[in-house]
Design a protein around this ligand. Structure first.
Ligand SMILES: [Zn+2]
Length: 324
């Protein structure tokens, strides 16, 4: 579904609710508490004061249950003061934006305040976390990139910079993980979590000393190193260009869109980027994302903003170093 189609199909709360209902209960609404099929519908007037409540409710008719619920109960949309059409529009905008969508852009499109837009974008990003548990196989390229400040100079001297480990299966998915440093043990833990040691045919890295698998469960897998330290970039089949291409896309997106992003939230931006990247061929990306969100437990705002996580938009001041 394209953005324009979303705008037309989900212009009202009723349309959004009907869609959610049809997707959540393709065989008819069932009580979320007891599973009963005996349900009655309640339609009520929603005033400004009660705009936290849905206009359409279900009432379980099971005498021992009598639970009331709505199509959004138990989903990320529940308890939000924002109307569903704004949620849907935000999802459509974010899945459509190859370079990402800042809270400021979202604010303009949705005509909501900045804080609402910021919160909304982060809730959507949270749902883009890939918990499928599937590990990468085949030929796997691994490389790291550095976030913040200038990127020149020797990799090992890049202190005080945030490290993102990229792992990409050739012809397959990408994983981006914000790691605390680029030490061997740190990188290995992440690699072991994302790469299937039993079904990987080859590992490609550069010649950084941190990539040493001799004493690990990857020791039997052919490991080719491209000698970036000697300005060697491709040697036959040996290169890390596939994962590096993802890095440059990521950086273009982030520099162009987010200007200044809080490192505290870096992993969420990485999730958003790789989610969209890995699903770039998915023609039902909007629909699938809405469903994913319907299955995701809501994240309370209090949790999101703990440790002063809320970062108001600050127009970047020109500096000698790039913000990203
Ligand atoms: Zn019930």
């Amino acid at each position: 579904m394209k953005l324009i189609e979303v705008t037309k199909a989900f212009a009202t709360e009723e349309q959004c609710l009907a869609y959610l209902e049809a997707k959540r209960w393709p065989n008819g609404v069932r009580c979320l508490t007891c599973g009963s099929k005996e349900i009655s519908r309640i339609t009520r007037k929603v005033s400004k004061k009660t705009d936290n409540k849905r206009a359409q409710l279900f009432q379980c008719l099971e005498p021992t249950c009598k639970q009331q619920f709505s199509a959004t109960t138990g989903t990320i949309f529940n308890g939000s003061h924002l109307s569903l059409d704004k949620w849907y529009m935000a999802i459509a905008l974010i899945v459509d934006a190859k370079k990402g969508m800042s809270a400021l852009q979202l604010q303009r499109h949705l005509k909501v305040n900045y804080r609402t837009a910021w919160y909304l974008a982060h809730r959507i990003r949270e749902a883009m976390n890939d918990p499928d548990g599937l590990k990468l196989t085949g030929t796997v390229e691994i490389d790291e990139t550095y976030i913040g400040g200038k990127q020149r100079g020797n990799k090992r001297k890049r202190l005080n910079k945030d490290v993102v480990l990229g792992i990409r299966q050739r012809g397959g998915p990408l994983r981006l993980v914000h790691v605390k440093d680029s030490k061997q043990g740190t990188l290995y833990d992440v690699i072991a979590q994302h790469v299937d040691s039993a079904n990987t045919k080859a590992i490609m890295t550069d010649d950084a000393g941190a990539y040493n698998f001799r004493l690990t469960k990857f020791h039997n897998i052919p490991h080719s190193k491209i000698r970036h330290s000697r300005r060697e970039y491709v040697k036959g089949d040996v290169h890390t260009n596939t994962v590096e291409n993802s890095f440059s896309l990521l950086k273009r997106a982030v520099i162009g869109t987010y200007h200044q992003l809080s490192i505290k939230h870096l992993q969420r931006y990485l999730n958003e980027f790789s989610y969209r990247f890995n699903r770039r061929e998915d023609v039902e990306l909007f629909e699938n994302t809405v469903m994913r969100m319907a299955g995701v437990k809501p994240m309370p705002y209090a949790k999101l903003i703990e440790q002063n996580a809320f970062t108001p938009f600050v127009r970047p001041t020109p500096k000698t170093s790039e913000p990203f």
